[in-house]
Structure formats: C-alpha cells, structure tokens
Design a protein around this ligand. Structure first.
Ligand code: ME8
Length: 527
C-alpha cells in the first residue's frame, strides 16, 4: 500500500491560530479529501512546532513553562479549531513528543557520523519571529530615522547573535539542488516561487547553523547536550518522524516522502532548500512537490500573530458558517497569490454564489420533487437536447475540477468549474420552467416534468460529490435530502469519477425538502 501523503506546516504555538493558518490547513484538507474521493489511500498530517526561542519567550512572558504553554495552546486553541473547521487530518504531531524528539536526535547523529556536521562560529542578525539568521538583503531600515535594521517580513528589529554552533554543510548541496529543480519542474509551485528559490540557490548557499547554546528549550544535540538542535531542523523532521522514520519501516516506506508539502511562501526556502538538502545528506527520498500559498494581508501586510493582526476564524464562521468559510478563501484568491479579506466581498459572494446560486437550486429541486411526486424521485422520460447539453457540461465540470484541484492545486479554478455547472443547472430550470409544466394538462407534461426534475436532482447528486471536499457538511445535508444515502450509500464512499456518471441516482430515491443550505445572512441565528 502507498499513501498519498499531504502535510501542512506545523504551526508555532506562541499564540492562537488566525485566518492565515486556517487558510493553508483548509487547502490541505480539501486536497486530502479530494484524493480520498478519488479512491486513494491518503495520509494527512498537521501538528505544532513547540521548541525555540519564540515559544520560550512567550511562555516566560506569561509566567509558565514552555511545555505548559504549548499544552495549553494545543488543547485549547489549535486542536479545537481544526475540529471546528472539519479538518480531516489522520495524525497530529507535536514536536515535544518522544516519538519525534528521539528520532530527531538519531537523524542528526547520523548526519554527524557521516561528516555532514562540524563546529564553527557565526555572527549575524537574527529574527526571532522567523527563527532565522537574516542576510543583509533581507533586512529593511526602521522608518523612524534611527536606521535600526528590521526583518522585512515582520518589520520587527533583528538581534545580533554571535554563537559557536554546529553547522550543516548546506553549501555543498547547491548543485544537486539545482539539478533536482531542473529535472523536476513541478517540485516547487507556483512558478514564481520556483524562480525565487532557483535564484537564491544560484547565488550560492552558506552552511547552516543547526544548534543553539544560549537557551535550552529544544531537542538536545546528542553528542553535546550543552546545545539544542535549531528549531527549524527539528521542525522539518516532523514530516518523517510522524510516519515512522527509524521506528516503523513499513509505515515509513508506504508514506514517506510526502507527495505534497503545503506551506506559506514565508517558509518556502526552508522546505525547498534546507529540507531536501537534509534528506539528500541522509540518503532519503525527496518530496514530490512543495506548493506555496500567498499571504492573507491586513492593511497591505502579512496577517501575523507576532504583529497582533491575526483575525480568528471563529469570528467569520459565527457569521457565515463553517462550510462557507472553508469555501470563501479558496474561491476568492487564486492559490499562490496574496489576497485580502473583506466582509463586503465575503457577503456579496456568499449571497450570489452560495445562497442564490447553489442553495436556491437545491431547495427548488427538492421542494418541487417533494411536492409534485410525493418525495419519490421520478424516472426520467425521453431526453431532449437540453438534457444532453447538461450532461456534457457535467462531464466538463468533473474533469476540470479533478484536474485543477486534484492535480494542480488550483482550488479556485476547480471550484469555479463546479459553480459554473451550478449556474447551468439553474439556467436549465429557468428555461424548462417545471413549475409551468406541472400546471399543464397536455399529454406528456407529467413525463416531461419527471425528466426535468430527475435531471436536476441527478445534477445535484454530482454537485454534492464534487463539492464535498470543500463544503463537507453542506454536501452531507444535500445527499440526505436527495435520498441518496438510502439509495446509493454514504457520501464518503462516492468517487469523483462517478460524479459524471449520469443517471446514477436511482428513481424512487426518497427526496425531502431539507433545511436551507445557506441561510440568508440576516437569518443566521448564530450571527
Ligand atoms: O512558520 N497568510 O509556523 P507559523 C497566509 N513553525 N498564510 C499564513 C499567514 C498569512 N498571513 N500567516 C501564517 C512556522 N500563514 C513554522 C513552520 S514547518 C516544518 C514549521 C500560514 O506558525 C502559512 O502556511 O509561523 C505559513 O507558512 C504558516 O502559517 C506559518 O506558521
């Protein structure tokens, strides 16, 4: 057995999650669910990054130990949010767990034994929010005229650190990395991210300081416990330790390396340069793809915990509901680009595309079937050109969505392909006017009505399958109200490729007028 293995970054527990973290995690969840709906075995990993100076300082400022702080944040903020957002991860790794720390020590010891690590000195500007030494080109000057150097990402002062540390011979991997990028053009996506990494590596890599001795909140360097392992080396290894590295060869073999690491563009270099070099150094296989999302911006800058500009996802789910929340950011922003959130835009799209588009279609079709056929889906009669053209639109929507979401991680394009089909089905009803056909007593009218409602209901069956990865709860409700659970079985057993198998919903399925899928915003009881 081999798994399609998808990961999110493991997030720092210095504070509660905001929209930005949820953005990457929801995208990963949609990808994982999509591949499950393709019938693949999927392993979806997320977790938390709990070591390093940033966490230590936050815990100290709050008067608790870093472990207590991490425990509190994981249990009270991070895990509950992922449950709330219906994230379907198969595992949750915390870097303070023994299953991780023991294996990190073994990995680093192996590198040391192979001569990949040496002791040296380093002095340079360090951004504790990035947990990274900065190069001169990565700094900006404070605008107050003081000339204070700031991290360009966080706009916070950097600190001059001077340490005697252990170093990994990263500089020796430049050519091999470039050769890998060349041979695997999809290794880093989107193309802008790939170009940035290629240019960075072409300029020449410096060796990487992989230990710290000025604080002790981390995994101890096995041969020199006065040092802890650099938090990024520790963190990246989660992708291996969580799937049985050095512990469960069968599981490791079936899962590692990841097919897709989803990351924000802020941490692209760690994943596209340092991580593959670490794997090369220990003779392990490289991941399939590293896909970087853009930033959600606030006031034109990256939304961030450190700068206290984070908006909590619950603020939005209370108003729009969980499924609309999952849908909105992937629908509104082309994956890979930066984007901003606005209440106006979310409200406008919710109303036109979900409530008036998708939701209205579902309620019209189920209500008419319940009314005109006593809730038993009628068998369709003779097909006309209108039905044939809808069939071909469904074929296109299914293959477009599958290619875009499942293969290209173009979530926006995939969602649009399905929404376009929703529009066509709504247009079909407008043209065919079943409410008029229902009143006609001309011969054949009843048969025609059956054909129209069957066609629309079977289209909804397909839409429920195609949108399940994005809006799982809505699809479940629709599936129920189409009577599909009793006639076709659970939604989770459906396959993407069957979405376009026209006529799959058996006549006689018990259709009921379900609850409104997307209530008008002013009607939401929890807003
Ligand atoms: O970097 N827009 O953790 P972190 C979009 N522990 N995505 C955003 C975002 C924004 N404004 N803000 C955060 C770390 N993210 C390390 C990772 S992995 C081995 C270690 C998302 O808590 C995005 O995915 O700072 C970004 O890369 C990640 O959160 C950073 O989370």
């Amino acid at each position: 057995m081999t798994y399609y293995y998808v990961t999110t970054p493991i997030y720092y527990v210095n504070d509660a999650p905001h929209l930005g973290h949820a953005y990457t995690t929801v995208a990963a969840d949609v990808l994982a669910r999509w591949h499950r709906r393709r019938g693949e075995d999927v392993w979806f990993l997320t977790g938390t990054d709990e070591h390093g100076q940033k966490i230590l300082r936050t815990a100290e400022a709050n008067g608790v130990s870093p472990q207590e702080w991490a425990d509190r944040l994981v249990e009270e903020s991070w895990k509950p949010l992922w449950d709330h957002l219906a994230i379907s991860n198969d595992d949750f790794i915390r870097t303070t767990e023994r299953r991780h720390t023991d294996r990190v020590q073994e990995f680093v010891q192996d590198l040391h034994d192979k001569g990949e690590i040496y002791k040296g000195g380093y002095e340079g500007p360090y951004c504790v929010y990035c947990e990274e030494y900065k190069l001169p080109g990565e700094l900006i000057e404070a605008e107050d005229g003081s000339g204070t150097p700031l991290c360009a990402i966080h706009r916070r002062p950097v600190e001059l650190l001077k340490e005697e540390n252990y170093f990994f011979r990263l500089s020796e991997y430049g050519d091999r990395l470039l050769a890998h990028y060349e041979a695997h053009p999809d290794f880093i996506q989107p193309a802008s991210a790939r170009n940035e990494v290629v240019n960075f590596v072409r300029q020449g890599l410096q060796d990487l300081s992989i230990s710290r001795s000025t604080f002790d909140w981390g995994v101890k360097v096995p041969w020199d416990p006065s040092h802890v392992i650099y938090v990024w080396v520790d963190a990246l290894l989660n992708y291996a330790t969580a799937v049985g590295y050095n512990e469960n060869p069968e599981k490791f073999e079936a899962t590692f390396p990841a097919d897709v690491h989803l990351v924000g563009k802020d941490i692209l270099r760690f994943h596209a340069v340092i991580w593959p070099a670490m794997l090369m150094a220990n003779g392990l296989p490289l991941p399939g793809r590293i896909v970087a999302n853009g930033w959600l911006l606030v006031g034109g800058e990256k939304m961030s915990k450190s700068n206290l500009t984070g908006i909590s996802p619950q603020t939005l789910t209370a108003h729009f509901g969980v499924d609309a929340y999952r849908w909105y950011f992937l629908r509104a922003i082309a994956f890979g680009q930066d984007g901003s959130f606005s209440w106006e835009d979310f409200t406008a799209r919710y109303t036109s595309e979900l409530a008036n588009g998708y939701g209205n279609l579902a309620s019209r079709v189920t209500a008419m079937t319940a009314r005109y056929f006593d809730g038993a889906l009628p068998a369709p009669g003779e097909e006309t050109e209108a039905e044939r053209s809808l069939k071909s639109a469904l074929l296109t929507a299914t293959s477009e969505a599958d290619r875009r979401i499942g293969d290209q991680l173009d979530f926006q394009g995939g969602i649009l392909a399905v929404l376009d089909f929703v529009k066509q089905v709504n247009g079909y009803l407008t043209d065919q006017e079943p409410w008029k056909v229902a009143k006609s007593d001309s011969p054949g009218a009843r048969d025609r009505l059956a054909t129209i409602l069957y066609t629309a209901a079977d289209s909804l069956r397909a839409i429920a399958i195609l949108l399940e990865p994005v809006m799982p709860e809505t699809s479940e409700r629709l599936w129920e109200s189409l009577g599909a659970t009793s006639s076709l079985g659970p939604l989770r057993d459906q396959r993407i490729r069957n979405a376009s198998a026209w006529g799959a919903l058996p006549p006689g399925s018990p259709v009921t007028k379900g609850a409104v899928l997307f209530p008008r915003l002013e009607d939401r009881t929890d807003s």
